[in-house]
Write a protein that binds this ligand. Sequence first.
Ligand SMILES: *C/C=C(C)/C=C/C=C(C)/C=C/C1=C(C)CCCC1(C)C
Length: 241
Amino acid sequence: MNFTLNAILQSGDYVGFTFFIGSMAMLAATVFFFLEMGNVQGKWRTSMLISGLITFIAAVHYFYMRDFWAETGTSPTEFRYIDWILTVPLMCVEFYLILKAFGAKMDLLWKMIAYSLWMLIFGYLGETVYRDSSAIWGAISTLGYVGIFYEVWFGSAKKLSQGSNDPHLQKAFNTLAWFILVGWAIYPIGYMAIPTDGLLSGILPLESLDIIYNIGDAINKIGFGLVIYSLAISSGKKAEA
Ligand SMILES: *C/C=C(C)/C=C/C=C(C)/C=C/C1=C(C)CCCC1(C)C
């Protein structure tokens, strides 16, 4: 029998390791969020569904990126950004859903989605088409990030949370706000490690871009979902039937 093993994970291949761990972690988180949908009050089901969809979409991309990496030793930027352009707006939906009961309107959701698309489209251009001027595109992209950050730390989202008088909601909202400030800041650091042209590319090793993005995704996608889950649980389990 003639059989070729294409996907080889070499020892010392840290990018490959983080793609493997990332794909399993996203898959496990997805199973968890979907199964726990049955254990939370009805009003939290949609939020749990979205948490599961975020890790599910990431899992599919990670399985693909993992195999692609193992076969070719590269990982096209496109898969990253396709994943993010689907999952980051869903994270904005999570903010909207938890604030909806306290008066969040659709325009808050659209505003946050617009900021995130701005951030991702210009980041993509800087990482691919206009790599020579990645610093400028990164700076333009950061304006979208600042928009989301402002909304959550000072803007209308923050005000709705403050006005809710619900300590569970406020605690979860503040934790998510820290994810935006600290967890999301991992990505621009990764971006600055773009091989050869990034601001930090002489300082960080060549493969750090993918490793940093993989760590960021695991922290942010799974962490976000767990915050929503603990909010759903703390604000009351499904009444025993
Ligand atoms: C699940 C994926 C998430 C939460 C992705 C978040 C991505 C960012 C916050 C990316 C931000 C960027 C900048 C602020 C400037 C440089 C370009 C980006 C796109 C890496």
